[in-house]
Design a protein around this ligand. Sequence first.
Ligand code: 13P
Length: 334
Amino acid sequence: LVIMTTLPATALAEIAQQLTTGGRGILAADESITTMSSRLEQEGVRASASARRDYRELLLTADGLSTWISGIILCDETFGQDLADGRAFPIAARELGVLPGIKVDAGTTALPGHDGALITEGLDGLAVRLASYADRGAAFAKWRAVFDVRTVTPYSAAANGHALARYAALCQQHAIVPIVEPEVLCTGDHDLAASATATRLALSAVFTALVDAGVDLTGIVLKPNFVTPGLDAGDVAPADIAAATYAVLRESVPDEVAGIAFLSGGHPTARVCAFLRELSAIDERPWPVTFSFGRALVSAALHTWGGTTSEVPAAQHVLLQNCRNASAAAEYAA
Ligand code: 13P
């Protein structure tokens, strides 16, 4: 039995606006069990359900987090865990002024016949899972499609666009705001133009599919990559990154989209904040822009903590500093 809570479109739009305006952004803390475990091990912390829980509790309970952070994306494991004080993560998040979100895709697999291109899975049974997450307090969800500039094709963009559109429509049916994340990876040595071409292809396929599926664009958050050269290519000035990103978004993203929250994609914190600052300075933008960073907010905090309880306050301090800097970038007006 699937129980659906129909929320008026305006309520979805309000949540999407709450997530992306006011200088606040979204903290992506939804690494899969495998990814989180390997990041813990890299810092010398033995990976376990309780270590992953302790680390996510450190993030969520950093004092004053909601000043800079509107929402936190959790994975299924954390969503079902409790803080040390016994409160479930999604309940505690709401009490701390941070909307709880849930990553609902099941990761990527090879797209047959498309030479290295990936398709994101997880649609089977999604309606039932969304109903359960909504019951347990989820305000929003996330689904990530992944593209590589070397392997993206019109078909892989359309196939992932179709999956994102089915996911987004199901979310809205369950009163959950979908974060629509088509990520063009920045691994490699490609130039700015190659990233722009791939990002344009991905975004236009995604919006064609969203419109065809009847998704209400005023009730979604788009989570794209910045258009940048590959991490192994030479640096480009942040103002040029922002101009290239804005040009691609302007061509591909309808004005009604509630807000845009960028991923960090492996770029260093200071650089990705500079990209966001330059982009928010473009004042003719039709949509609010903010951050939905993972690594750029948390990597230094994880390193500082290293599994040592006495380092929790220092780690939280580092996290809050990054959140404050990202927030200042999102609010920057030239
Ligand atoms: P990064 O900012 O570390 O790229 O993570 C954001 C995210 O949610 C990727 O899916």
